[in-house]
Write a protein that binds this ligand. Sequence first.
Ligand code: GLN
Length: 264
Amino acid sequence: MRFHLPPAELRWLKSAAAESNRPLQALIQRRLNREPLQYILGTQPFGPLSLKTCRPTLIPRPETEDWVLTFSEHLSKYFSPLPSRPLTLLDLGTGTGCIPLLLCHLWPNSSLVATGVDISHAAVHLANHNAALCGISPSSFTAHLSDFIDSDFPNMQAIKPPYDILTSNPPYITASDYLQLSDDIAKYEDPIALIGGYDGLDYYRAIARLIARDGFLARRAVIALEVGHNQGAAVCDLIRPTGFLPTVWKDPWGKERTVIAHRR
Ligand code: GLN
């Protein structure tokens, strides 16, 4: 099927070509090849932040932006009274760093110290670059190369449990749904950031094992996990045996989007 460029996209491409001194025709051709606009423009708004986007790291989605903004508003409720020390956060599969960077931005003055991990070199580099672009210092956020699904995770000094907050937007698409994805996602975004195994739940199983580990999360810890639209119940079932009480938040489009959990 032929793909027509909407006028607004053409305007964005024109200004990107002018700003970066790139030939407009080349940018148009990339878009006609179904490359996501965010990779061509190199940027994606996320709340008040403007994040750099770069192939093949997952482009932050509006659904993620929405729950992170809501979650930030709820944080003070989970931690009332707030401790006098900074809250600590670990983000698993950090990608562009969008989740911890937005939370650090919304919780300024070092009230939050966040760490991100990702299996992809490109993502780790991009997340640290985004932190610098957003004016968030390495003492507030750093991303590290690590595979959190590995049984010996965390095998590095940079990971210092216990954490107050655990966040993740892990790969959750089932192997068969991946085959149905549109070209602009499937051809350009890293499959490692998207496919969560046969039933899409592999990474939640690894996360549940981490949560269950003694001393990994603080006594009053809170967990926020993005899920696929039909995974809420299954992820709650994985979390419940760890002693955390899960609830499912829907996104503005009425779909299950986030499992939030705190201790009973
Ligand atoms: N929401 C993403 C998509 O629909 C998937 C992100 C993920 O697997 N974590 O493409």
